[in-house]
Design a protein around this ligand. Sequence first.
Ligand SMILES: [Zn+2]
Length: 150
Amino acid sequence: MQSGKIKKIWELLNTVPDPEIPVISVVELGVIRDVIFSENSYVISITPTYSGCPAVKAFQDDIKVCLKDNDIENFELKIVYSPAWTTNWMTKKTKQKLKKYGIAPPSDTVICPQCDSEKTELISEFGATACKALYKCSDCLEPFEFFKCI
Ligand SMILES: [Zn+2]
């Protein structure tokens, strides 16, 4: 019963999009660390991505709304800071989704998501949000955002 519900919670969480990158869910982003049942409530452990990222607050609210809409009331969100979130927690599939969305996924080499060129130049350390940098491709000349590695 409880394990079935935990599975359901994971499924629901997988429908909550990252507020900044709507094509990937908070589960795919790797911020949901664990869901356990403890003392009559479901404890959802969350590790924020970039500290001070305003999205952290936004997706906590989205998670609360999503679970309540599905009649799950007895839960709590637990913020876990250690170990710190890293872009390594993103799966390969998530990175492919990012690329398709037009954001260069975290990697040692910044590759243009449009034409796969490695000839790219940094325009600004900060894109629309602190977790992304703004780059420009020297081949297709398209600007794009790069999800920074941490
Ligand atoms: Zn390009």
